[in-house]
Design a protein around this ligand. Structure first.
Ligand code: ZN
Length: 96
């Protein structure tokens, strides 16, 4: 739980065109609320969830907390999962 504002990422300057920031970091967000890198992690998470669901009965929330708990989870995926847990986001695919 100590991933707060790591500066391992070269942060782009806040452009604030739309005032949209990534839900998982402070980079500029794309249309679904994540920056490019976190969006990729988000899409991967959804893909993997489909696989997990086939193998076991697991809810989206349970899945997210598994991601967070798993020491093998990449930094991006963990941050995305954390942000989704916090916002209580439902799994609804990548498009709106
Ligand atoms: Zn981000």
């Amino acid at each position: 739980m100590d991933y707060m504002f790591q500066s391992t990422v070269p942060t782009e300057r806040r452009k604030g065109e739309k005032g949209l920031k990534c839900k998982a970091c402070s980079r500029e967000a794309r249309e679904n609320g994540y920056c490019e890198l976190h969006m990729k992690a988000y899409e991967n998470a959804i893909e993997k969830y489909k696989v997990w669901q086939k193998a076991m009965q697991i809810s989206w929330k349970e899945y997210l907390s598994e991601i967070v708990k798993n020491p093998l989870t990449g930094e991006w995926a963990r941050e995305v999962a954390e942000s989704m847990i916090k916002s209580g986001e439902k799994q609804d695919g990548t498009s709106n």
